[in-house]
Design a protein around this ligand. Structure first.
Ligand SMILES: [Zn+2]
Length: 334
């Protein structure tokens, strides 16, 4: 027993039982893998933050319409995004030492003219060692600038799932979130501060049921069944309270919770902890989705590791979620 502290009068220290808490020091140096980000669009310094906080590997996704300047979007515009990522990937690894692999896909957040041209080209990209996943893709309830018929979207998603199956690659789904009601809206001309997307250019929804975000995920799952790809190759990114029960109970897909922009979509480490409590850690991952077009936090995954522990998740489950599942599904890491 340590001697009584020589403080003039008792402090908090006199009431703390030191034996009661055993800090999880292994978590300080636990490597982790981010299975969905857009780090090729971040600054060098932001990528360094990944390295500084223990990132072992990442999937840099090139598919997003945020980076194609012209609308309507043509196949070549998306092809440029793929080539830009291919061009820079090796330099990023040499600069920061984590393993950086690519996800290439056709996102349906904006209608793309001649998507078949992209699908044809994608075959050859899938052969590259640098490409570790297809995506992000997935049926989206409303588009930017120009809407895209639901059946056509579903066909593009299914075709990418078929390619993923052929090349034995995982596919990353962009499952739409049901965002929380905001307390107050911003001036229309400033739109959403922290997000550079011009939300004023969103088109009327092409899915207009009670729960379009969930209906979109159900269409993705139908496409998955029709494509014949194994559920275990499908990683539903942007898991949230609206889609977790459906995906966990009706499929064997992996769910990845996006926590790099919680201010926008409302998903935090608490949602991840709840999902682990309910379903166990075997089909859960976490991603940051960090990108230059919105306020995102490269330290988010590292912070979530500590937060999960505080929320009562044991160290083995945390390791499974942030390291082992990504290694297994994407073939990453040492
Ligand atoms: Zn993304």
């Amino acid at each position: 027993m340590s001697p009584t502290a020589p403080t003039r009068r008792p402090t908090d220290a006199a009431f703390v039982d030191e034996d009661e808490f055993d800090p999880p020091t292994d978590l300080l140096n636990l490597p982790w893998i981010d299975v969905h980000n857009h780090a090729q669009t971040l600054s060098w310094t932001d990528r360094e933050r990944y390295a500084l906080s223990g990132c072992e590997a990442m999937i840099m996704v090139a598919s997003g319409y945020h980076w194609t300047p012209y609308k309507p979007v043509e196949a070549d515009d998306v092809r440029f995004l793929w080539d830009d990522a291919v061009n820079r990937r090796a330099a990023i690894e040499r600069n920061h030492f984590f393993e950086a692999k690519l996800g290439l896909g056709i996102h349906t957040g904006v209608r793309i003219e001649d998507p078949d041209e992209l699908l044809d080209a994608m075959d050859d990209y899938c052969e590259l060692d640098a490409v570790a996943a297809i995506g992000e893709t997935g049926v989206t309830p409303s588009q930017h600038v120009s809407s895209w018929d639901v059946d056509e979207q579903r066909a593009i998603v299914q075709a990418q799932m078929e390619l993923a199956d052929t090349y034995e690659l995982p596919i990353i789904l962009h499952t739409p979130n049901r965002s929380a009601e905001s307390k107050r809206s911003y001036r229309p001309e400033v739109q959403t501060p922290g997000y550079e997307k011009n939300t004023g250019l969103s088109t009327e929804p092409v899915i207009d049921g009670d729960n379009p975000a969930l209906e979109a995920v159900e269409l993705d799952v139908e496409a998955m069944r029709d494509a014949g790809i194994n559920d275990e190759r499908v990683v539903a990114s942007h898991a949230d309270q609206n889609n977790t029960a459906y995906l966990m109970e009706q499929t064997d897909c992996y769910l990845s919770f996006t926590i790099g922009h919680s201010w926008l979509i409302g998903v935090t480490a608490a949602d991840v902890a709840d999902a682990i409590d309910e379903y166990g850690p075997d089909r859960i991952m976490i991603d940051t989705d960090c990108a230059n077009v919105l306020r995102t936090d490269p330290f988010a995954l590292k912070r979530a590791i500590f937060e999960l522990y505080r929320y009562g998740i044991d160290e083995a489950a945390i390791r499974k979620v942030v390291l082992e599942n990504p290694r297994d599904v994407f073939g990453l890491g040492s």
